[in-house]
Ligand binder design. Structure first.
Ligand code: PGA
Length: 258
């Protein structure tokens, strides 16, 4: 199991399998296929966020190139929460926990819930992938307010010392999924990255900037990966569908390894 110090690496690729694949057997096969695509001595840090029920079996696969995490935890430590999973229930603690994905927010997850998940994850010494992003891109500046609000609320009471354990993923909701008309342009990404940095500086001071990785995710594939990273100014990518296809995964990772 690879343990990555995210603050010291230049690029990061996080795969989000969502509710895929259909069986544990397929999950193990797909995971091994993704592991196989990793070139020797690759400097790219790779994380895969898998369905919780597959987590233990995938942890058992012997490999050192992809760190594993989960896509969600409950925001309470225990209690009457039918069907939910607490962080402590994982036999081996996930290295990464995604908090605030728009598909969870759409199911009713509030900014306060996201904040509790972030705090619990950091307390347990796991790392956070915090997703933020506007539902609609207006022609003015209103969407910046949405992003500021999500960040301020999610990062409320986060100790300064823990900030390097947080990766922020900018995922504009309008660009996610196979029905999205298009991914964001590199220019659209760049302006939000600058804005996210500004909010981080307002919250924690300028020394925080080198410690926080910012990713872009939403309909990314190998064609636009390089442009999004280079011109968009992000430290890496959050892949949905591209992390379910080993060939496309390999091409996308290769596109940002330079
Ligand atoms: P997509 O998903 O790449 O399939 O659009 C991205 C995400 O929601 O994390």
């Amino acid at each position: 199991m690879a343990i990555s110090r995210i603050e010291n690496v230049s690029r990061l690729v996080v795969g989000n399998w969502k509710m895929n694949p259909k069986t544990e057997k397929e999950a193990i096969t797909l995971f091994k296929a993704l592991v196989k695509t990793v070139p020797e001595k690759s400097k790219l840090v790779r994380v895969l966020l898998v369905p919780a029920v597959y987590y233990a079996s995938l942890r058992a696969v012997k490999q050192k190139v992809i760190s594993l995490g989960v896509q969600n935890i409950h925001h309470e430590l225990d209690g009457a929460h039918t069907g939910d999973i607490a962080l402590s229930m994982f036999n081996k603690q996930p290295l990464y926990v995604m908090c605030g994905h728009s598909e969870r927010r759409a199911l009713g997850e509030t900014d306060q819930d996201v904040n509790k998940k972030v705090l619990l994850t950091l307390k347990a010494k796991s790392k956070v992938i915090l997703c933020v992003g506007e539902k609609e891109r207006d022609h003015g500046i209103l969407f910046f307010g949405v992003i500021r609000d999500q960040l301020e609320k999610a990062l409320n009471q986060i100790p300064r010392k823990d900030i390097s354990s947080i990766v922020i993923a900018y995922e504009p909701v309008w660009a996610i999924g196979k029905h999205a008309p298009r991914p964001a342009t590199a220019e659209e990404v760049r302006e939000v990255v600058i804005f996210i940095k500004k909010v981080l500086v307002d919250l924690f001071g300028p020394s925080v900037l080198p410690e926080v990785k910012i990713l872009y995710g939403a309909s990314v594939d190998s064609k636009d990966a390089q442009d999004l990273v280079q011109e968009g100014g992000v430290d890496g990518l959050l892949l949905g569908r591209a992390s379910l296809d080993p060939k496309e995964y390999a091409r996308t990772c290769a596109a940002i390894t330079y």
